[in-house]
Write a protein that binds this ligand. Sequence first.
Ligand SMILES: [Zn+2]
Ligand SMILES: [Zn+2]
Length: 388
Amino acid sequence: MYRPPPGVRTSPDMPIPERMRAWILGDPDQLTLGAKPVPMPGRAEVLVRIDAVAICATDLEVIHYGSPAKVQGGLPFNKGWTPGHEYMGTVAALGPGVDELRIGQRVTVEIHAGCGQCKRCRQGMYTACLNYGLNYGEVDKGHRANGFTSDGGFAEYAINNINTLIRVPDSMSDEEATLVVTAGTSMYGLTELGGLVAGESVVVIGPGPIGLLAAGVAKALGASPVVLVGTRDARLDIGRRLGADRVVNVRNEDPVAVVKELTGGIGADYVIECAGTQDALNMATAMVNRGAKICLAAFPHDPVTVDIPQIVRNNVYLYGIRGEGRSATHRAMAFMAEKRFDARLVHTHTFALDDLPEALRHARERIGDAIKVVVKVNHGAALAAAAE
Ligand SMILES: [Zn+2]
Ligand SMILES: [Zn+2]
């Protein structure tokens, strides 16, 4: 059994095993299902029993390239590290002094706790913590980003700072709750643009999970019109059901012309760029009006050529965002709990934790037009087999 140190509280209603199943990253793209001790929560932390975890494109990045994960000061390979960051579950143990949550409560998590002591963390920009990855040895600043700089959610249990937890209403399924952090990223983008988008025109380029949910969040915030630009009709249809007023398939129509026409010839007030390609970036700069704001929510793999003179001449503002800062996840949950948009539309596939490699393959190769693939954790499954 789990033997926590003094001050950590558990409940007989939620027995915790001593060891848990966890996927462990070896060399690039090599994940092995193994066994680890169930971790102990410290001050301001709780132990979360993971019930479901969604796969993100960034998981595929870190499993293959390592970056942007940073474990013990370097790439995450062969360090006994567990990836996965979009999870939800049930509070299983409380660290010393924690009275903000109860054992048995359902919670979903945001990724970044930050260090809590640097300038950016103090500003609420904990996803841009100046002590990113410094949580080991003599440089330990306590930074935590689940599945990036600390152990993540492709396991049965994980430690979370209380500030990264959001209560899940009973009416919301485990699968839907894993999508809150993605909607929170979309919300953070709109927050950084100023947040007051009611009646303003918003264009979203790239109908991946963040882009699709950005259409839903922008609509819920009152933006009008909300335009979604992409290349695949099936995804654009989902965007329409999430709240886009107009969808544009770039294979059939010129999105810049459509946006100009919809905005009386002047262009859009806001663009959220979620495609990360050179074409999409230049499309964004060509379709905004003077003084407009562009949020860069996707990262291109290589440097790109962008029409900077166009940006300067037109007094256009660029905002790079990382993750889900400024408690945006709580605002996303508020909309989702009230069913202001139906995030479930982006959840396409479900697998068991033991089938993670197959789940990752579906996400990577977009098998069956996969958008969000969710992994469900069956507690009490064969740990013994995994441990041998
Ligand atoms: Zn993610
Ligand atoms: Zn910090």
